[in-house]
Design a binder for this molecule. Structure first.
Ligand SMILES: Cc1ncc(COP(=O)(O)O)c(C=O)c1O
Length: 381
């Protein structure tokens, strides 16, 4: 029997952990098991490691360690920022986009409903771009406003101009939160250059462990905690810190930061290679959102729209899975058991076409891409 390959092209969902990250974490499961809140030596040692990790994360973002709160991941960081800003700043108007991750979209919908807050969803065009003029008009209303817009879209890869948006928010004194889960560790982010009040990061998107992330909150725009309890995280999040995971996240972010330009070039070249190969292999493919535009999309994400095919009929992902290739679905259909992607629906993707998100990391190879393209060619023959 031929050996089944195991090809992972779903790195926007999660990434494999770097072995150096695991190595850094291991002692914190065994010898360095102290609780950072304990005052004895075991606790103090854990506290020192925790604060070192915080310093590392803060340093890479050019902020102070006190502005970093460790969380259970991106979702918790987004939730904390949104609920916290609403409570602290008596938000009357929330502006966001229908393409946000559900960690933002569902939360702002709930928050708007519970608190009788006006919710504005920016219009998006067929490629998922927003219009900054519309954002400015909505900002110009003299009520306490929060803007929540993601940096890089996890499905179609669109990258927003954070600087332009943060300048507008500053001009109109709006609270600005950005879900940066898909860009942290992949792009340099100097928060001194941006007027952003809160951002979210998640370790498993940059070769760190799952279930850990962080929230940055600007020291001049404080928000209350979402999780009460003990006084951990400078009273920003009750509960004993997941120290091993936090150490792993800091290590993963450090590795990402040290080699960012190199990794970026490598992964961007893989995406470009995939894109060119698939265009030739399957006539009629196109790319959803801006993902086909290398300058305007995440170098990790290519969302491919396949022409309708009698061979596959909604089974493409399943067929790829059978061939040992993991990618992610993005059906645009809105009825039935498969709910489909809200992002593809919003940009009006054609539901009769198969949409598959391929997302890459530095652990992928050209051989894997060749194999995938060959398999796709077979499936479309
Ligand atoms: C853009 C974006 N925001 C938030 C999240 C949620 O992060 P986590 O899985 O760490 O809760 C994800 C992960 O899928 C994401 O892609």
């Amino acid at each position: 029997m031929p050996i089944q390959p195991s090809i992972y092209l779903d790195n926007a969902a999660t990434t494999p952990m770097d072995e150096r990250v695991l190595e850094a974490m291991l002692p914190f499961f065994t010898s360095h098991f102290g609780n950072p809140s304990s005052v004895h030596s075991h606790g103090r040692n854990a506290r020192v490691a925790l604060e070192k990790a915080r310093k590392k994360v803060a340093g890479l973002l050019h902020v102070s360690p006190g502005e970093i709160t460790f969380t259970s991941g991106g979702t918790e960081a987004d939730n904390t920022a949104i609920w916290g800003a609403i409570a602290a700043y008596d938000i009357q108007h929330i502006i966001t986009s229908p393409l946000e991750h559900h960690a933002v979209l569902h939360v702002v919908e709930q928050a708007a409903k519970n608190n009788n807050i006006r919710l504005s969803l920016l219009k998006v065009d067929a490629q998922g771009s927003i219009d900054l003029n519309e954002l400015e008009k909505l900002l110009d209303q003299k009520v306490s406003t929060m803007v929540s817009l993601m940096h890089g879209n996890n499905e179609i890869g669109n990258i927003l101009d954070l600087k332009a948006i943060s300048d507008l928010c500053q001009q109109y004194s709006a609270y600005f939160h950005s879900d940066t889960v898909q860009t942290i560790g992949h792009y340099p982010l100097d928060l001194q250059q941006l007027s952003v009040h809160a951002i979210a990061g998640s370790a498993h998107k940059f070769h760190g462990p799952k279930g850990v992330g962080f929230l940055y909150t600007n020291k001049n725009k404080k928000i209350p905690p979402m999780i009460g309890g003990g006084s951990q995280e400078r009273n920003m999040r009750g509960g004993t810190e997941n120290i091993a995971a936090i150490i792993g996240m800091a290590q993963a972010l450090e590795i990402a930061g040290q080699n960012q330009e190199h990794h970026r070039k490598e992964v961007e070249a893989l995406k470009q290679y995939f894109k060119e190969k698939i265009k030739v292999a399957i006539p009629g493919v196109s790319f959803n959102g801006l993902s086909g535009n290398l300058a305007k999309s995440l170098y990790t994400v290519l969302n491919v729209s396949f022409p309708p095919s009698d061979n596959n009929q909604g089974m493409l992902l399943f067929q790829l899975d059978l061939a040992g290739i993991s990618a992610s679905g993005g059906s645009a259909c809105s009825s039935g058991a498969r709910l489909g992607s809200h992002v593809l629906q919003e940009i009006g993707a054609d539901p009769s076409r198969e949409n598959v998100r391929f997302s890459f990391s530095r652990f992928n190879t050209r051989e894997e891409i060749d194999y995938t393209i060959n398999k796709l060619r077979e499936l479309y023959a």
